[in-house]
Every structure is written in structure tokens, then in C-alpha cells.
Write a protein that binds this ligand. Structure first.
Ligand code: GLU
Length: 291
């Protein structure tokens, strides 16, 4: 494993929109293993700012699920709903730099457009009012090396466009909150599902605008359902089976490209899994083993 020059701080950041399922466990497992293999901290953050999607009590269900699988986080969990002042401060800092503008475009007006065309970039016309708030993206390509997926690049202007940091319903956008909190919690390593790979360049850009350091990234495979869709709460993935924790852990471990581990307790499982994870030298091998 390459030497890390700063103490490792990782995190798992579930959205409490329901209990964890086999798919979310893969991301939780990879972030937990990576933190423990680096003798690092593993923090828990409840991403509960998308209030229409939050299911009351799901945060505590998730915590119980993690604990019953032997995944104990360090310190107190953070709830994003208690961190709104931090998002406002970051928004104000971006605004002071002239990087934020109000946008009057409705979702309907932008339907079918994968890239925001910059309609409101040069100001609203008289009579128009801002619904959401966007951050300007610069020209050029954002590059980073993902520890699982390899070298990545994205041209934010061409592939994404200026993106929303405060939504039309007044809620803070995930992209802003995640960057502010990763910096606030001192996260050195973001390990999460590959469905978020496409968000990373936006997040690196925001971090750069806000003067934060960039964490390292590792995006892990997803578990797909029979229709080839990401296993997710929206697709009604069943909650983790805690009646047989070792089978549940081994399913996630296999999704990470590993052969099942023989263990009779969860502690034994983690001891072996952490040792194996730590013995992997560099991203190339991780990729080879996973495919
Ligand atoms: N809350 C996000 C989710 O559950 C994950 C955010 C992240 O890991 O950056 O999909």
C-alpha cells in the first residue's frame, strides 16, 4: 500500500432514505476496509438534507445495521441537517468571488439537456426571478486519478455546465454539502460507489474554489439488479439480511472482486478482510482483481 503522508480519515455518508441494502453495503465496506487498512479513522455522516427523501428513523436503522455487522465508526456521527450554516457560509464565499448566479430555468425547460446551456449565466431578464442558484464552471479539464477506476478527466463546461448548488426548493444541493462536509471533517479519502464518479470533477472544482485540499478518491463497483439497474432504495432493494451477517458481508466482499472469506464471526471476517485489503499494492492490482 503506498505510504500516506497525512493521517487517513475516511467516511461513509449514507442518505437516510431507507435501510442499507446489499448495494450500499459495498460502498460502506470498501470505505471501512480502506480506513482500517490504513490505520485510519472511519467517520459516519448522515446525508439528510434532501428532506423529501429522508425517512424518519432510517438513520438509526442504518447505525444498528452497521453495528450488527461489526462496523463501528469513530467519533460522533454528523447529520447534514445540523450543518446548514456551513453550507450558507460556503455559498456566501462562492458568491463573494462572483461565482454564483440565480437561475430561473425550470426543470421542464431543461428537460433532455444533459449540459446546462448557460441560459442565465449573464443575468436574469427583468421580471424573471431566481429559482435555483448555480456555480460557474471554468474552462478546461478537471483531472484526477481514481484509485479503482484509474485516470479520469472531465471538461465541466462541455460535459456538465454550471451546476446547481442551491435548489429551487430552497434545499442545499448534494454537490455543495458533500464538499463542505468532507473538508469540515478533514476527509483525506473518499471511497464510494462508482455511480458518483461523474460528480467528482464538480466536487474537486468546488473544493478548489473554496480553497480546500482535494481528497483522494476510490469509486467501487455497484451491484446491479436483474434488469441491470443499480441496486437502490428507489428500485426497492431489500434491506440487508442481518440474520446471516457473514453471508451478507461475503456478498459485499465478492462484489469487491474477492473470493469469499471463511470466518465464523464478524470480527474474524474483518480481521481477514482488512489484512487482504492492506496487502494490495496500488490501484492497478485492485482493478485487475476486481474485473
Ligand atoms: N449520500 C450519498 C449516497 O448515499 C453518498 C455521498 C458520497 O459518498 O459522496 O449516495
Amino acid at each position: 500500500m503506498p505510504p500516506v503522508s497525512r493521517p487517513y480519515i475516511g467516511r461513509f455518508a449514507p442518505s437516510p432514505s431507507g435501510p442499507l441494502h446489499d448495494g450500499s453495503l459495498v460502498a460502506a465496506m470498501a470505505s471501512f476496509l480502506d480506513a482500517r487498512a490504513h490505520q485510519g479513522a472511519w467517520l459516519l455522516r448522515m446525508e439528510d438534507i434532501d428532506t423529501p427523501r429522508v425517512v424518519p428513523g432510517a438513520d438509526h436503522v442504518i447505525m444498528r445495521q452497521l453495528q450488527s455487522l461489526g462496523m463501528q465508526w469513530d467519533g460522533e456521527p454528523v447529520w447534514q441537517s445540523l450543518r446548514l450554516d456551513g453550507y450558507q457560509a460556503a455559498f456566501d464565499a462562492l458568491r463573494r468571488q462572483g461565482l454564483v448566479y440565480g437561475c430561473c430555468c425550470s426543470r421542464q425547460a431543461l428537460a433532455g439537456m444533459p449540459v446546462y446551456p448557460g441560459t442565465c449565466r449573464h443575468g436574469l431578464l427583468p421580471g424573471q426571478t431566481a429559482r435555483s442558484w448555480r456555480v460557474r464552471v471554468p474552462e478546461g479539464v478537471v483531472r484526477f486519478v481514481d484509485r479503482w477506476q484509474g485516470p479520469q478527466e472531465q471538461d465541466l463546461q462541455k460535459e456538465v455546465g454550471d451546476f446547481v448548488i442551491k435548489r429551487a426548493d430552497g434545499l442545499w444541493a448534494y454537490q455543495l454539502a458533500v464538499v463542505v462536509d468532507d473538508a469540515h471533517q478533514g476527509i483525506t479519502d473518499v471511497v464510494r460507489g462508482v455511480d458518483l464518479l461523474d460528480s467528482t470533477a464538480r466536487q474537486l472544482q468546488l473544493a478548489a474554489y473554496l480553497g480546500y485540499g482535494a481528497p483522494r478518491h476510490m469509486h467501487t463497483p455497484l451491484i446491479l439488479d436483474k434488469l441491470g439497474r443499480k441496486l437502490s432504495k428507489q428500485n426497492h432493494a431489500p434491506a440487508l439480511d442481518l440474520a446471516d451477517p457473514l453471508a451478507t458481508l461475503n456478498r459485499a466482499w465478492r462484489a469487491l472482486g474477492r473470493a469469499p472469506l471463511a470466518a465464523s464471526t464478524t470480527d474474524e471476517f474483518w480481521g481477514r478482510a482488512i489484512e487482504k485489503w492492506a496487502s494490495i499494492q496500488g490501484p492497478a492490482l485492485v482493478v485487475q482483481q476486481a474485473l
